[in-house]
Design a protein around this ligand. Structure first.
Ligand code: SAM
Length: 209
């Protein structure tokens, strides 16, 4: 699977890794301006490493749900176009705002992804919707935000089984979440994110017409 423009495989301390080019965010290794993108700390990087059929070329407009302190969305904004980053917890959002300070394409929004009407006036239609909220009702959040996605756009969704039900078999949870998701999306590809993230499923989908 080819990588979007703006993501490369670079060598850090003799080991090859995904990397994007942009201002350093924390302690990640940087070589010739390329920042190591650790799939163990990022479900999106894990999706690339697991070879999901992402359909991204680079430069797309992105809505990112569950931005936390900006670790992954900083890399996304390095290779994407305008990137709207939604996070509802104030503490990580403070870090996210700092990450955005030297990224002109990254727009942090202190908002609840279950209430898209509160940011619908700010977010333009996007080609890519990324979701990593790790809360109950992950399919419902993706369905509520489908309105922002262009008809041939892509949803990159990380489903955390334990966020839906800590006791259930993860495969059962993935089937249930996928079934709900399919009321509004056609699933194009899916893969477990091990060894990078236990009991997570990566899903690529497009809006059902
Ligand atoms: N995507 C981040 C990264 O890779 O850098 C990690 C995200 S962490 C697993 C999940 C985040 O989703 C948390 O910061 C949590 O506060 C946020 N979140 C959960 N439910 C949310 C909601 N309804 N609206 C916005 N953010 C939410």
């Amino acid at each position: 699977m080819s990588l979007p423009e703006g993501i490369q495989r670079r060598t850090f301390d003799g080991r090859e890794s995904l990397a994007t080019r942009g201002p350093q965010v924390s302690e990640e290794a940087v070589v010739d301006g390329w920042r190591r993108w650790d799939p163990g700390r990022s479900k999106v990087a894990a999706m690339f490493e697991r070879g999901l059929d992402h359909g991204l070329a680079g430069g797309e407009r992105v809505l990112y749900l569950g931005a936390a302190s900006g670790t992954t969305v900083s890399h996304v904004a390095d290779f994407a176009g305008p990137t709207y980053a939604v996070e509802f917890a104030p503490r990580p959002t403070r870090d996210l705002i700092e990450v955005a300070a030297d990224r002109e394409r990254l727009f942090p929004l202190l908002k609840d992804a279950r209430k898209p009407e509160t940011y619908a006036h700010v977010v333009e239609p996007v080609e890519v919707l990324v979701q990593d909220v790790a809360t109950r009702g992950q399919a419902e959040v993706a369905l509520a935000n489908r309105q922002f996605l262009e008809p041939d756009g892509r949803l990159l969704l990380a489903i955390k089984a334990r966020s839906e039900d800590v006791t259930a078999d993860p495969e059962t949870v993935f089937e249930e979440v996928s079934a709900t998701l399919e009321s509004g999306y056609e699933i194009l590809d899916r893969a477990r994110l091990e060894p990078y993230h236990g009991d997570h499923l990566g899903v690529v989908a497009t809006p059902r017409q």
